[in-house]
Design a protein around this ligand. Structure first.
Ligand SMILES: [Zn+2]
Length: 460
């Protein structure tokens, strides 16, 4: 056990050193002009396609006949799109390291109680995204360094203004299978050399406990899901939370006007809201121009209508297609994500030529509130679904004293295990003898947009 711990500490230390170098290079690309970014993307795209066609059986068949050497970004719409089910149904053929079978990845994640590597180099994360379908992602060594650098390249600019030694408190998922848990472990499991102190509180922790810990730590930076930031702002307004934060960032859910006004009222601050997804991209506001800057050196985001046709710059689409230029282990080429987005390619007032997401909708998340005042945050429920590998899609519906979990499944099923995990969550949260119904369905009801509402509260 201690040898394993030593090995993990050694790997983590080495990877963080490599991350620091990647981070410096990535930060420089913020200043690249559009033509340099475009040339860089072009070369990375050919590189990605060539690797996918030569090492992935799935892509070799799918892209049969394309001439990689002359392929341009403008040719992307000629390639088929990749849905989450395409990826999961063809997983073993799609990845470029044959050891990374779906079975091997599920086995690793199933036993992942704390952060760890697979084959001493891969980091795995699981996502249900905003659509309720489970997906697994594998990041090789350098790919993880790049992903972590994309997740931090803008934030570090903001934090520079704050006094050394300040505390940053974050409250996202703590589960190591979830991308926020994995990134948090990557940054915080070793002492920080930046002079910051990090306090990571699992978002599923009872609110009263979070408030107590924050009052003790007195952080200057708060970072978490908007739904939690809203609760904390209300705690501050009620006089129970006495901190004076100087920077508040949110991610992972829609940040609505209720959050903005509560934060402004409580602390006189705006909210630094950013967007990200487990599949390899984060976008950040610069604080000067509007919107969030996309890392144009690392990904291609195409905004398309419901039929997959590109929409003009500055127009809202129905979904986006993501091509992750730096991930060759599990290539994602025109991968469908159901966020409805508007992107502008106009150079920002801040001088940065990276394109910007100027509007986004489609990420809705919901807490369930019961007549006795018990509130169940979506995160606890999602944590259960992420650990359930025989479920392909799920929808959790609130009932008068519990939940109904509707699932579509694959492989061996463990209904009792799933029922018991929900029962424990609901009971610990404050429901007496909660009702938990697990039902298998052949398909789940979708919204008009084709999107699945993963958590459905009881109609009031
Ligand atoms: Zn800007």
């Amino acid at each position: 056990m201690s040898n394993q711990t030593d090995l993990y500490t050694d790997l983590l230390g080495r990877q963080r050193t490599d991350y620091a170098k990647t981070m410096m290079l990535g930060a420089r690309s913020i200043r690249w002009p559009q033509d340099r970014l475009a040339a860089h993307r072009q070369s990375k795209l050919r590189d990605l396609l060539s690797s996918a066609v030569s090492k992935s059986d799935f892509y070799r068949k799918r892209f049969d006949g394309i001439d990689v050497s002359s392929f341009t970004e403008a040719d992307l719409p000629t390639l088929p799109t990749l849905t989450k089910s395409d990826m999961m149904d063809n997983f073993d053929d799609l990845v470029t390291d044959k050891r990374l079978t779906l079975a091997a990845m599920n086995k690793h994640l199933e036993h992942l109680d704390t952060d760890n590597y697979l084959f001493d180099r891969y980091r795995l994360v699981s996502t249900s995204g905003s659509t309720g379908a489970r997906a697994l992602l594998a990041y090789d060594w350098e790919e993880w360094c790049t992903f972590a650098a994309i997740a931090t390249r803008w934030q570090s600019r903001e934090v520079k203004e704050l006094p050394p030694g300040h505390v940053t408190a974050s409250f996202f998922a703590a589960n190591p299978r979830h991308v926020s848990g994995a990134l948090n472990s990557f940054f915080h499991n070793l002492p920080s050399d930046s002079g910051q102190t990090f306090l990571h509180l699992p978002a599923s922790m009872p609110l009263v406990e979070i408030v107590g810990r924050l009052n003790e730590a007195d952080p200057l930076v708060l970072s978490g899901y908007p739904s939690l930031v809203l609760l904390l702002a209300r705690e501050a307004l009620a006089g129970r939370l006495s901190i004076r934060p100087r920077l508040i960032s949110t991610c992972g859910e829609q940040c609505g006007p209720d959050v903005l006004s509560a934060v402004h009222e409580a602390w006189g601050l705006g909210v630094y809201d950013y967007w990200g997804c487990t599949e390899g991209v984060y976008a950040f506001p610069c604080g000067v121009g509007s919107g969030m800057h996309i890392p144009d050196d690392s990904v291609v985001l195409e905004v398309v209508d419901a039929n997959g046709n590109p929409v003009p710059d500055g127009t809202q689409g129905e979904k986006i297609l993501l091509t992750v230029l730096y991930c060759k282990t599990q290539p994602l080429i025109r991968y469908e994500i159901s966020d409805r987005m508007t992107i502008t390619r106009e150079v920002c007032e801040c001088g940065c030529a990276h394109s910007r997401i100027t509007n986004i909708s489609g990420r809705s998340t919901t807490s369930f509130t019961y007549p006795n005042g018990t509130a169940i945050h979506w995160l606890g429920m999602m944590g259960i679904m992420l650990a359930t590998d025989w479920v392909s899609e799920s929808q959790v519906r609130q009932t008068s004293n519990g939940v109904e979990v509707r699932v579509t499944t694959r492989g061996l099923k463990d209904y009792d295990g799933l029922r018991s995990r929900f029962y424990t969550l609901l009971q610990k949260s404050g429901l007496t003898d909660p009702e938990v119904i697990v039902s298998e369905v052949s398909s789940l009801d979708r919204l008009w947009s084709g999107k699945l509402q993963q958590f459905v509260p009881l109609a009031s």
